[in-house]
Design a protein around this ligand. Structure first.
Ligand code: AMP
Length: 281
């Protein structure tokens, strides 16, 4: 596997593949890779001739009080893991390469409506940063397809909407959430958890499963949301939301609407903010 840090080297590699008629799949990440990320690489490998992974801790998607500085950076380890997974190329740019005018002065993309709620409401500007960096990565790599995890469900929907609205020639693919045996969704942020917090963390998935069960039994979604919030608080979390939405566009369901719903939770455990979701179908 080749690792490149700058744009000319990246473009040269991609040009060679495209000239041979090979398709390219992209897996954008912030590094500190785990089995969740590797499942995206595996999916990309089954759908494209060549797989490019990017590792870039993107400053524009972090709020001022968030963990940009302390976000785990483990490039050597990531390189070894990606090579083992059969990734063809790793693109690991510096901030100045991605933002030639500086991250503060970058062109910024705003995907309206779907970003007003949930993560968008609790992390102002987050999805502008995500949309901007993903659009830039698409322009740099020119992939035929790109794989995103359902773990970040709203992010996946934001990217789908951006691609459709900007007519970007990229097929967006979703990969299922990889979990630890106790149900906790794998995440680079899990390593911030103390032993005690790690033992509590699977409650998020357990509460999502209970939400799904209650909706299945015909309970009203607003009541189920309230019950989930109380359960999380009683267990020691500080929840930002426990929401039930339409999976298609994250809008609020009508009363009695049962099909195509998703449950989403964001909750803080000590200093760590965890998110997870579950499709109710
Ligand atoms: P990140 O490095 O956190 O930006 O994540 C990069 C990609 O990996 C995103 O598309 C995430 O949704 C995906 N991802 C992160 N954790 C998981 C997981 N546990 N299962 C599946 N995909 C994941």
């Amino acid at each position: 596997m080749q690792t490149v840090h700058d744009v000319p080297a990246l473009r040269a590699a991609i040009r060679g593949w495209h000239a041979q008629g090979q398709t390219v799949g992209l897996v954008p990440t912030m590094g500190n890779l785990h089995a969740g990320h590797f499942s995206l690489i595996k999916l990309a490998r089954t759908r494209a001739d060549r797989v490019v992974a990017s590792v870039f801790v993107n400053p524009t998607q972090f709020g001022p009080s968030e963990d940009f500085e302390r976000y785990p950076r483990t490039l050597g380890q990531d390189q070894a893991g990606l090579a083992e997974q059969g990734c063809d190329l790793l693109f690991a740019p510096e901030v100045a390469t991605m933002y030639p005018y500086g991250a503060q002065h970058s062109v910024s993309l705003h995907v309206p409506q779907i970003t007003d709620t949930l993560e968008g409401a609790h992390r102002p500007g987050h999805f502008d940063g995500v949309a901007t960096v993903v659009c830039k990565l698409f322009n740099l790599v020119q992939p035929d397809l790109a794989v995103f995890g359902q773990k970040d469900f709203q992010q996946l929907k934001v990217i789908e909407r951006m691609v459709r609205d900007l007519s970007l020639p990229v097929k967006v693919m979703a990969a299922p959430t990889q979990r630890a045996e106790d149900g906790l969704a794998l995440s680079s942020r899990n390593q911030y958890l103390s032993d005690e917090e790690r033992a509590l963390a699977p409650q998020i998935h357990a509460v999502l499963a209970q939400m799904r069960e209650l909706i299945g039994k015909g309970h009203a979604w607003r009541v189920v949301e309230q019950a989930a919030l109380s359960k999380l608080e009683r267990a020691g979390f500080e929840p930002d939301y426990a929401a039930i939405r339409r999976a298609a566009d994250l809008s609020e369901p009508a009363e009695g609407e049962r099909d195509g719903l998703v449950g989403l939770i964001a909750a803080r455990l000590g200093k760590t903010r965890l998110i997870d979701n579950l499709l109710f179908d």
